[in-house]
Design a protein around this ligand. Structure first.
Ligand SMILES: Cc1cc2nc3c(=O)[nH]c(=O)nc-3n(C[C@H](O)[C@H](O)[C@H](O)COP(=O)(O)OP(=O)(O)OC[C@H]3O[C@@H](n4cnc5c(N)ncnc54)[C@H](O)[C@@H]3O)c2cc1C
Ligand SMILES: O=C([O-])CC(=O)C(=O)O
Length: 338
């Protein structure tokens, strides 16, 4: 019997992954996603969805490794299955190149992607402004397909979906035993977390079907990611900028920088421009607390603040959030709601 009521707030890649993990693994939980935006209108939808990461300063490296590996393994299984195109998950090969030789030539995720190696001198000849490069195959997870696919998986596991703006967790706690906060940037107002801030990102969607391999400048500001139906060319990383309007100067800068790396982009056709606000935070917050609601203890699990790596870490942090829910319910089973 499903006697524990769980509300997952947020229907981006983090909320949907977390809801699916809980609904599929804990048979005694009834899971409801509550969000004010769903695919195709979340931040997750417009992201390139490429899997790799930079390191967060205060999370043990081992934990970051397992977040990455769990997500990679989960998505790899989909990428090599017959579900791949419906789920929008594909393998993607290419280069990350650096103008200066990085201090760490083998990032923590290098052992989880496929075929990671330094680029050869012949490969580097294409990029005369760059001194060093890494070649590897990773995963590209296109959320405009992946989120609807997760929604379907959630419903199959008995999950429900409600479109609503949550104003207050106290209020929500009257109807649920567990709240999982996957509201991304929304956590700034929902839980008053001033550590979460927007990191604005603008990208172009380009029709250039001859491009097959990604190219990313290690500074994180210029990248070209061929996908299943268009190429994502980016980007910008503007901290504390809340503007969701397309900026023409940003678009010109993106095109100019990307075409320097890949001159054939000039022959492409721009299909659209998109802006999203990354849920920036020094470290993602994946932890639990207890809330007192009308004399009852309600479990509140947080899973937000993934910055530019929410897709990369989505399944791994969802599994951690699931672990926190399971462990907490084991320690303190919920009392009946009055
Ligand atoms: C240009 C760009 C490119 C990117 N590329 C990549 C990439 O290649 N790889 C990668 O890993 N990451 C990438 N990212 C980062 C990635 O998009 C984010 O880390 C990720 O989308 C965060 O997911 P999320 O589910 O936490 O948040 P979101 O997708 O923003 O979802 C938040 C959810 O919470 C809901 N919500 C918030 N507040 C409330 C409320 N009060 N009531 C109800 N619902 C609420 C929203 O409606 C929404 O459903 C990119 C981001 C940008 C902007
Ligand atoms: O940095 C990248 O290559 C893509 C990304 O995650 C982002 O723009 O946030």
């Amino acid at each position: 019997m499903k006697n524990v009521k769980v509300a997952v707030v947020g229907a981006g890649v983090v909320g949907l992954s977390t809801a699916v993990c809980i609904a599929e693994v804990l048979p005694y939980c009834s899971v409801t996603i509550i969000a004010d935006k769903f695919s195709p209108d979340t931040t997750s939808d417009g992201a390139a969805g490429i899997l790799f990461a930079s390191e967060f300063p205060d999370i043990p490296l081992e934990r970051q490794q397992h977040w990455f590996k769990d997500t990679f393994d989960h998505l790899y299984t989909i990428a090599v299955s017959s579900q791949a195109s419906e789920a929008g998950v594909l393998l993607s090969s290419g280069y990350q190149i650096f103008k200066e030789i990085p201090s760490d030539k083998t990032p923590f995720w290098s052992k989880y992607v496929l075929g990671f190696r330094p680029m050869t001198d012949r490969e580097m000849k294409r990029f005369p402004d760059h001194k060093f490069g890494q070649a590897f195959t990773t995963i590209k997870c296109e959320c405009s397909s992946y989120l609807p696919w997760l929604e379907k998986r959630l419903r199959k596991a008995g999950g429900q979906i409600i479109r609503e703006t949550v104003k207050d967790f106290q209020q929500l706690g009257r109807s649920y035993d567990v709240i999982v906060n996957c509201s991304g940037l929304g956590s700034r107002s929902l839980v008053g977390d001033a550590e979460v801030y927007p990191v604005r990102g603008q990208v172009l969607k380009v029709h250039a079907p001859w491009l097959k391999n990604f190219i990313r400048d290690g500074d994180g500001k210029t990248y070209i990611y061929p996908g299943s139906s268009y190429v994502t060319a980016g980007g910008t990383r503007q901290a504390d900028d809340w503007c969701l309007e397309v900026n023409k100067m940003d678009s010109e800068g993106i095109l100019e920088r990307c075409s320097r790396l890949e001159p054939s982009l000039h022959g492409g056709q721009i299909l659209g421009e998109w802006v999203g606000l990354r849920p920036g935070r020094k470290n993602p917050r994946v932890e639990r607390e207890w809330m007192q609601v009308k004399g009852r203890q309600v479990l509140l699990v947080h899973n937000y603040g993934h910055g530019g790596w929410g897709i990369t870490l989505s399944w791994g942090t969802a599994l951690d959030a699931l672990g926190l829910v399971r462990q907490s319910l084991h320690e303190r089973p919920p009392k009946a709601r009055l």
